[in-house]
Design a protein around this ligand. Structure first.
Ligand SMILES: Cc1cc2nc3c(=O)[nH]c(=O)nc-3n(C[C@H](O)[C@H](O)[C@H](O)COP(=O)(O)OP(=O)(O)OC[C@H]3O[C@@H](n4cnc5c(N)ncnc54)[C@H](O)[C@@H]3O)c2cc1C
Length: 451
């Protein structure tokens, strides 16, 4: 009788090297068969057949399969509803154990719970590991045991924890938590596969190939060294553009954090925002549905649909907002400073529910990550953890002067800027918008407090 295989299930970790769960599966002995499932439950909700994220995932899965083939194995690729796919796998392969890396989103947790139950019934064990983050769940907590809801103390404790257990790598002392998993050492435990399987095409799943000029996985040392000086200027190439790779695990967070250490603390701190927002989602999953500070649910949004359409299309008459939205629509990317400005304009000046903006970003961002997007939006609307106070409202004109003084970014995305074709007045002007937002927020919060 053939040995029952161990299965490794790739999800948001589309790489072989330095992969925590895969390492554990290989080290346990094997033979290990790696798999990936194109999840119909997720794909059917995507409206755009040219969604670049599906192209990105398809390309990454194809590259991963090639990597396995070069090691004499293969990545088996399925397409379907995860539970049904797993019922088929259990029947066909009778796995002994299934290994994977943790995904903290509510949908994923529910799915994994159901898969675990199904496997248990079939006599297979389910093992999951931390790989997507440096610290998860209860690893960075307040002294009294509760979760942090403010970033700076989270970061301080995070750093303390990082240093609390040291190890060595390539002759240097490094944090145990950043040590890479040497998967290559156990590649011999992969299931040998003589004939590579077929990978379903984008078209067979109802999609079309989209643009493929995805950012590289490597960033120059110089960029990271100068990150704190360049990161706020959208007209320059001053950030790493690694978001999409962190999202899908085509790079290892440990590797990038290790490199950032010693080079630029500001960059490391940005990576830690990812951990922070994921921790918020893990501890307060209700943020997916509504504000972290529940009293903010009382804000009577204007929700003017024409204003929303103008914001989406980059036709608000505020140059930075329009440039940002057009960059997003054209490339699936928007610079972080500009994300903050467009989100502030939508929620404060236009008084449109932050969730409308959140959903629009979720549809468009190549680096869309539920926890970070939700956190970013709640921050801008002042209803989240560690959010800016509601009375601090971005002045888009001073932001322009400070961060894009020569209009380099604006001109790159709004070619008609400075011509009579560009609106002479913004949809909602700063002074009026600011005062209205202050009044509406103040009143709603006071009423919510009175109950
Ligand atoms: C309204 C709003 C929505 C956002 N939505 C997302 C999202 O869906 N996905 C996403 O990854 N980030 C999101 N961010 C955070 C941030 O804008 C992006 O991570 C960043 O712009 C990605 O570009 P980069 O890779 O060049 O970042 P860099 O500046 O090079 O930073 C490196 C990495 O650090 C992490 N990071 C940096 N800033 C943040 C932050 N504030 N919160 C969480 N992680 C951070 C990201 O993984 C990023 O790739 C959002 C911010 C705002 C204000």
């Amino acid at each position: 009788m053939k040995a029952r295989p161990t299965i490794f299930w790739h999800r948001r970790d589309l790489r072989f090297p330095d992969n925590a769960g895969l390492y554990r599966a290989l080290k346990a002995g094997g033979p290990v068969l790696p798999i990936f499932i194109f999840d119909q439950e997720i794909l059917r909700k995507l409206e755009d057949p040219r969604d670049a994220r599906v192209t990105f995932i398809h390309r990454s899965v194809t590259e991963l399969a090639e990597a396995y083939r070069s090691m004499g194995s293969d990545l088996r690729v399925y397409y379907g509803k995860p539970l049904e796919v797993w019922a088929g796998i259990v029947k066909d392969l009778q796995p002994r154990a299934v290994y994977t890396n943790r995904d903290y989103e509510p949908y994923a947790r529910e799915r994994d719970g159901a898969v675990e139950a199904l496997l248990e019934k079939a006599g297979a064990t389910f093992h999951h590991y931390k790989d997507h983050l440096i610290f998860e769940g209860k690893e960075v907590q307040k002294n009294d045991g509760g979760p942090y809801t403010v970033y700076t103390p989270f970061w301080n404790k995070w750093r303390e924890r990082l240093k609390s257990r040291m190890s060595t790598f390539e002759g240097k002392e490094i944090s145990y938590y950043l040590k890479p998993y040497p998967n290559e050492k156990y590649a011999k435990n992969l299931l040998p596969v003589a004939k590579p399987g077929k990978i379903i095409s984008l078209q067979e799943m109802g999609f079309e190939p989209a643009r493929t000029d995805f950012p590289p996985t490597e960033v120059s040392r110089k960029l990271i060294q100068h990150y704190d000086e360049t990161r706020d200027f959208p007209g320059t190439e001053g950030t790493s553009r690694l978001g999409v790779h962190f999202r899908h695990g085509t790079i290892s967070i440990r590797e990038k954090a290790r490199r950032a250490q010693g080079l630029n603390e500001t960059y490391l701190k940005e990576l830690v925002w990812r951990d922070f927002y994921s921790n918020i989602l893990q501890h307060f999953p209700y943020v997916v549905e509504g504000p972290f500070r529940e009293e903010y649910a009382a804000i009577p949004w204007e929700n003017n649909e024409d204003h929303f359409a103008a914001w989406c299309a980059g036709r608000t008459g505020v140059p930075l907002v329009d440039a940002g939205m057009r960059q997003l629509n054209a490339t699936g990317y928007m610079h972080n400073r500009v994300r903050m400005i467009v989100a502030s304009y939508l929620t404060k000046h236009l008084l449109i529910n932050w969730q409308w903006g959140e959903h629009y970003f979720a549809k468009k961002l190549l680096d869309f990550e539920l926890a970070s997007n939700n956190g970013g939006w709640q921050w801008a609307a002042s209803c989240g953890t560690d959010a800016q106070p509601y009375f601090r409202i971005f002045n888009y004109e001073s932001q322009q002067k400070k961060f894009d003084p020569d209009f380099t970014y604006v001109k790159a995305w709004v070619p008609e800027f400075g011509t009579p074709e560009y609106p002479s007045e913004p949809l909602v002007e700063h002074k009026f918008g600011r005062e209205r937002a202050l009044e509406v927020y103040k009143k709603a919060l006071a009423e919510a407090k009175r109950g």
